[in-house]
Ligand binder design. Sequence first.
Ligand code: WTA
Length: 574
Amino acid sequence: MSHDQNEFIATVVERSNLGDYTQAREQFSWEEVKKHFTWYETGKVNMAYEAIDRHVDEGNGARTALLYSDAVREEAYSFLDLSEGSNRFGNVLRKYGISKGDRVFIFMPRSPELYLSLLGTLKVGAIVGPLFEAFMETAVKDRLLDSEAVALITVPQLLPRINRDELPQLKHIFVVGGGAQEQEGFIDYDAEMAAASDELELEWLSLEDGMILHYTSGSTGKPKGVYHVHNAMIQHYYTGKVVLDLREDDIYWCTADPGWVTGTSYGIFAPWLNGVTNVIRGGRFSPQDWYQTIVSNKVTVWYSAPTAFRMLMSAGDEVIKQFDLSTLRHVLSVGEPLNPEVVRWGTKAYNQRIHDTWWMTETGAQLICNYPGMVIKPGSMGKPLPGIEAAIINDQGEELPPYSMGNLAIKTPWPSMMRQVWNNQPKYDEYFRIPGWYVSGDSAYMDEDGYFWFQGRIDDVINSSGERIGPFEVESKLVEHPAVAEAGVIGKPDLVRGEIIKAFVSLREGYEPTQELKDDIYRFVKEGLSAHAAPREIEFKDKLPKTRSGKIMRRVLKAWELDLPAGDLSTIED
Ligand code: WTA
């Protein structure tokens, strides 16, 4: 056990939306949460209505919904502005024949237009697929092909990464901020928006209709389209209330990009379902800019990630003194293990406990969390949300006693649980192979107080700076390089990023193992797949360890790297 179980950080909070955890758990029912929504009475469902339009209908249209800033723009939008803007985009989509169930992808850096597009897509009942802006041609193509997307919203600088010839089903490409792209077969988003009506008859859906597709990586195969339905809003709203602890006058900042699930579930849905002001910051990370974002917007609730906190910690406490961060009242983290020393540092540097939360793309919303007012054990992910049963089980599905390491599993179902892996029933079924349980792929243990402690991934999925990377996708790109015969990819522990990507590569005949070649291979992956998936370390090997059936044994590569025993080698080739 790597953590000191006796260490904890307690605090007194005047009030929290959850109140006493044990009591909240005992009294909890999802049925009560559902009563918050207008569809509970009307039967008419649409996430975009509940998150945006409903506030207008309830007389809160003038309230600030979005405070947007990047290097060149600084804009504020009320709920009415977002309602009308997304109505416009809904009308644009309808004009081009896009309707319920169609897949519409968004591939662009953060901007107000991204949010209007996403909401407008939901308003016509289409399924939205957000793509991280760093994806290069192959990554974009794989996702658009798999989902059979019919429309894409993007910006001029990303157009070179979209190979239309290979995407026959992609009928419409809307270009934001591009001016006269019309003649090249692109649709001018800005001209269409200006001409569209700001009134729209929303597509009313049922709770089980499709809402969003987030592509995410597993250890084998191409990325999977994790499919979520409108029903997820029940849990987005509830966790926004009791985990983010959102209240009417909060100014909330989630630092995640909407290309990842945190940037939609908690960068869009949870805050707006709760009617709070949402801060969106475009552009890159720097400690000064981030602290300035808190100061300028008077941020009260801040949701970020361990890599960011580690970088802020290493930037030093002198920087913090230049900023007045006293508006903060609640700070949270997600995406990777949150180191106990970061929690300790946060209590000193910000006078805030950093609340770790655990969940996944597949779970759609937070499941295991630290709650305001609850005792925090630094290094623990916290306790299951009211309404959620979590356990450590073995491969036979037996629940294990406290302190035993095993599969972190969740009793099925819960409101925001994924409903499909797009076009891939076998992959979906793998998660539910033990009847009654969702098996997360994480290993963990539970202590005697019911706190969960993350131990690692059971598969080979890499978590670098909180971004999930499938080794297979990187390996596939590597072997496309003319010099590469075979490649195996692992996560190598890193103090700031959690893990970095390391590739072991064997070369084809006639290639010399030089530094130049390493640089070239790195660039090849970066430009073909994405920067965050490119191997920061490359090691040449004459031969890679393989099973007799020819699968690269990443476990052996990892053992080489970490100087560990390689374990059972009975299946190795020779
Ligand atoms: C990891 C992000 C430790 C975990 C919302 C999980 C964490 C994967 C934590 C999901 C945490 C997430 N502590 N590890 N608090 N939160 N993870 O799909 O391995 O991008 O399975 O979802 O990140 O990553 P994903």
